[in-house]
Design a protein around this ligand. Sequence first.
Ligand SMILES: Cc1ncc(COP(=O)(O)O)c(C=O)c1O
Length: 385
Amino acid sequence: MVYQQDATRPTRAEIDLTAIAANVRTACKLAGTAAAVMAVVKADAYGHGAVPVARAALGAGATWLGVAAPEEAAALRAAGIRARILVLGPIVKEQAGLVAAHDLDQCVSDPAQAEALSREAASRGHIQRLHLKVDTGMGRVGLPPRAVRLAAERIATLPAVQTVGLMTHLADADADDPAFTQEQLARFEAVSRDLCAAGMPIPLRHAANSAALIRHPEARLDLVRPGIMLYGCPPCLPPDPGDPALVPALRLRTAVSQLADLAAGGSVSYGRTFVAPRDMRVATLPIGYADGLARLLSGRGQVLIRGRRAPILGRVCMDMTMVDVTHVSDVRVGDEAVAIGRQGAEEITADEVADLTGTISYEVLCRIGPRVPRSYRGGDPPMPA
Ligand SMILES: Cc1ncc(COP(=O)(O)O)c(C=O)c1O
């Protein structure tokens, strides 16, 4: 279901596009003059809204966009975005038409995919740009290094494709031990050298996600593909003092919809997992797990109200959550409650929520549901050509 966005709903995600732009500029500075920056905006820009984020990223210096699937790119094209867009995920042959129709770059992991793309492109009088993906250790998609040369030779015989990129993905770039990343990069370099020696140099080599961009300068090559850092979350935890400062771009907020006194011995929410040890004041918030507030936060998470931490009481429901405001003076119906982000001197980061729910900041951001309206500040910068 596509929701009509209701700007009056107190539950909303506020996205600061100036924070996105600042983080993109940080990525550009790290990339230096040799490497271009691809802003990874898959999964609706990690929950932030792909079109406004893409515009902000392009306005701040990124020249490429990365998505997981062609339909994500189609939505960007429909919004008038003309920058190069690479589909990072694998496709089936039925998706080749969408890739060609929107003039996308496509990553390929086997010659059969390239053949399907070539057939589709030829039927449209188009030349399809490909990025050959090498599996140097992620164990997900890509050609094994020993198979790349033969695949590149086969692809070179196809009439309507051009291999413009050689890429790999790093499995462990955020680890303290750099050894596996170095090994992956060495395998990638060997493949690249082998292709050059065979007379098939590939102009654009890329490997770096956010963690590699920050911690592995040797991974920057010709193009970098940062995602999570653009949203203000540190890719390596705990961050080093030398890591660049990042600005969180998203606040998930709602407002108190009801206040009630709860007598000692009274219980809250399904299953009565919380029983009041003393007389308490309880606030009900119109946000639940259907909005992306994880049920795993039941009895463990907190929100911010009037700059104070208010613990979640009992189970998070689908649409509502109850919190303890006994210690918060002057709390009123309508007061803002922040589930992710800053309020006053306090902050709840996506990483704090991830820690409590056994996941990573990426998933915390992506699971903010489509029912939550996104509002933007920082405006749309002028669209680059
Ligand atoms: C191929 C590829 N490159 C780059 C990225 C961006 O990674 P990160 O968000 O860790 O910077 C991703 C994200 O998963 C990816 O799949």
